[in-house]
Structures are given as C-alpha cells and as structure tokens.
Design a binder for this molecule. Structure first.
Ligand code: NDP
Length: 326
C-alpha cells in the first residue's frame, strides 16, 4: 500500500492550521497517474485557500504545482509513461505531498535540462506570465506595461518575459532592494510603491500618456490608482488580491477615465484544455532552455516547514519563487 506525507487543513485560518498527515495515495484510475514529487511550488493562491478567501470543502489538501516522476499510469493516458520526469500546475489543490494520484491532462513531461526544483517553481507562475503577455491582450515590442509586485514569483518571470518580447515593463515593489532585483531581471524602470506615489511616477515615466496595460495582482490597495496609470483605451488586467479583494465599483469609472477595458482572468481557464496546456508548457520550457528565462528560487523549505513558508510569503519577505522539498 502506497502512503504519502501530505499537508492538509481542517479549518480556514493562519499558517498554524496546516498539518502533516500520512495517508494512502490509492492507484490511478482512467485518465489518472500517480506521481512521486521531488519538489512542490508555493503560490499566493495557496494562502487565499488556506485563509478561506477562496473556500474549499474541508478537510482538504493544499498546493497547486509540483515536479517529480510518474510512478503509475491509469487507463487511457497516452502522453505519459511510468518513469517520466514531469511537472504541472493543476487543480484541485493537493500538491504539498510526497506522492499523489491525479488527473493526467495538465501534467507535462519535464525536459531533462530542467531540474525538479525549477520545474516545481516555474509551472504555475510561468504559465500565468505566458497567458498574461500572450493570450490576454495583444502586446507587441515597444508597448509599455505596469506590473505590480515585480520582484515576486510571477513578477520576476514577467520582467524577463517582457524583456524577451521587447516590452517596456515598469515594475513596482515594496522595498528598494526588491526594485533592484526586478531591474536586474529585465524591468526597464521600477517604483517603490511604499515610498512613492506610483500613479504620479508612471505619468512622469510615460510623458503624461500612461501605460498600455496594467497587470495588478495586489487588488484592493492598488486597484483605483492603477486605473489612473492607463492611457485612453488601455487595458486593466486584475489578476490577484494579495492586499484584499477589489471592492465593487461603478463601471462608469472606466468611461470617465478614457474608455478603459478591464478583465479578471485566471490561469485555470487558460490551461483547462489538455492540448492548450501542453503547448503553453512547451513554450515555457523553451523560454527556459533558450536562456531568456531563469527561474529564481528565493526560498526552499522542507515539506514539514510549510507553515513557515506561508508566514514568509504573507509577510512580504520573499523574492522570486518558493519551493517545498519532499
Ligand atoms: P508573490 O511572490 O508575488 O507574493 C506576493 C507579493 O505581493 C508580495 O511579495 C508583495 O510584494 C506583494 N504585496 C503587496 N501588498 C501585499 C499585501 N498586503 N500582502 C501580501 N503581499 C503583498 O506571489 P505569487 O508570485 O505567487 O503571486 C503574485 C500574485 O499573482 C498573487 O496575487 C496571486 O494571487 C496572483 N496570481 C494570479 C493568477 C491568476 O491566474 N489569476 C495566477 C498566479 C498568481 P511587495 O513587498 O514587493 O509589494
């Protein structure tokens, strides 16, 4: 019988609700695999789920990405075989574990050149950057994007993706050291939004015009001022709420500020189809293999230390991506 150390939580709350248990994995059914993880990725969505902001039916396991080796393959799975090195970003949550049975559709073969830690760190954040820059709004070389939290996991990948596309990315971050890090990864300019009025700085940096696109994952604290950063007909991509949910607002504001557009996307819509997910992952792997994208793992923890990993993310002390080793 295969068992696995697995992180679960039984009620919403702070990092202290996370518990390590040993449980049976079971065997893969049709369309499923069993994967033995070597590393699991940490993402801000894990915090929304743990805290109850994105409710789950409890008790529930947590974690939405990992990398490892396929241990067993269920009926009908043709793109993977036992022994394959793989990585994935996928629902439902449950990746913080040594091994699990899961649907195979979103699991991707990991190139030999990419190690497991990098594979675990890059899937959810990298596929997010892929859809933000290539599947959400037409973006071309010479366009200007304002990107909040530019030194975070998604942020450092976005800086490099923008540089590779010839896009001028203006990044914000909460400390000067984080601003330096974002510029070192490809941000053209940075703004410390704890010490500076970012909307005023964006107007200065764009000669009063405003940016073509804002990518805002901070939510409540930045939403309204982010709209002030856009040029007429510009696009607001609100894709997260690290500071709290964007409160309801009057659509008329979009007209008054210059016929602005707005969308609230999620990765899981973009990777829902097997073929699309696999092709987006191939693009992402190619970016890493070409050397245009380096995944910076800023923090590593043992699986048992997951509560500390959550504390660090919530206290804004992390940079780049974080992984659990198992
Ligand atoms: P990050 O590594 O970027 O961590 C979040 C960062 O947000 C912090 O480091 C901090 O950077 C900044 N921040 C600003 N205000 C707060 C606050 N009040 N509390 C906590 N953090 C704050 O996380 P991820 O890379 O995992 O994710 C980045 C964002 O993207 C998240 O909001 C996440 O939900 C979203 N996301 C959305 C997806 C989607 O498809 N919709 C998919 C993936 C991620 P600083 O100190 O520099 O301000």
């Amino acid at each position: 019988m295969r068992t696995s150390k697995t992180i679960i939580f039984e009620q919403p709350g702070g990092p202290e609700v996370l518990r390590l248990v040993e449980r049976e994995t079971g065997d893969p059914g049709p369309g499923q695999i069993r994967v033995r993880h070597h590393a699991c990725g940490l993402n801000y969505i894990d915090i929304y789920q743990r805290s109850g902001a994105y409710p789950l039916a409890l008790p529930h396991a947590l974690g939405m990405e990992a990398a490892g080796v396929v241990e067993a393959v269920g009926e009908g799975v043709t793109h993977l075989a036992e022994g394959d090195r793989v990585a994935y970003a996928a629902a439902p949550p449950g990746a913080y574990c040594e091994a699990r049975v899961m649907q195979a559709a979103q699991v991707c073969r990991l190139p030999e050149s990419i190690d497991f830690r990098t594979g675990a760190a890059m899937m959810l954040q990298g596929l997010t950057v892929h859809y933000l820059f290539q599947r959400t709004v037409p973006l071309a070389a010479g366009d200007t994007v304002l990107f909040h939290a530019a030194a975070g996991g998604v942020g450092l990948i976005a800086c490099q993706w923008a540089r590779a596309m010839g896009i001028r990315l203006i990044g914000t971050a909460g400390t000067d050291a984080k601003c330096d890090l974002a510029r070192a990864h490809g941000a053209a300019e940075t703004i410390n939004y704890e010490t500076e009025d970012f909307a005023a700085r964006v107007r200065d940096l764009t000669g009063g015009r405003g940016v073509d696109v804002v990518m805002d994952s901070i939510g409540a604290a930045t939403f309204e001022r982010s709209l002030d950063c856009l040029r007429p007909l510009g696009m607001m991509i609100s894709f997260g709420n690290a500071s709290g949910k964007v409160p309801p607002f009057d659509l008329g504001i979009l007209g008054a500020k210059g016929s602005l557009k707005i969308t609230r996307p999620t990765l899981f819509t973009h990777i829902a189809e097997h073929e699309t997910c696999q092709s987006m992952a191939a693009d992402l792997f190619a970016m890493v293999e070409s050397g245009k994208l380096t995944i910076r793992i800023g923090q590593e923890y043992a699986l048992e230390d997951v509560a500390q990993a959550h504390r660090d993310m919530e206290s804004r002390t992390t940079t780049g991506s974080s992984v659990l080793l198992c």
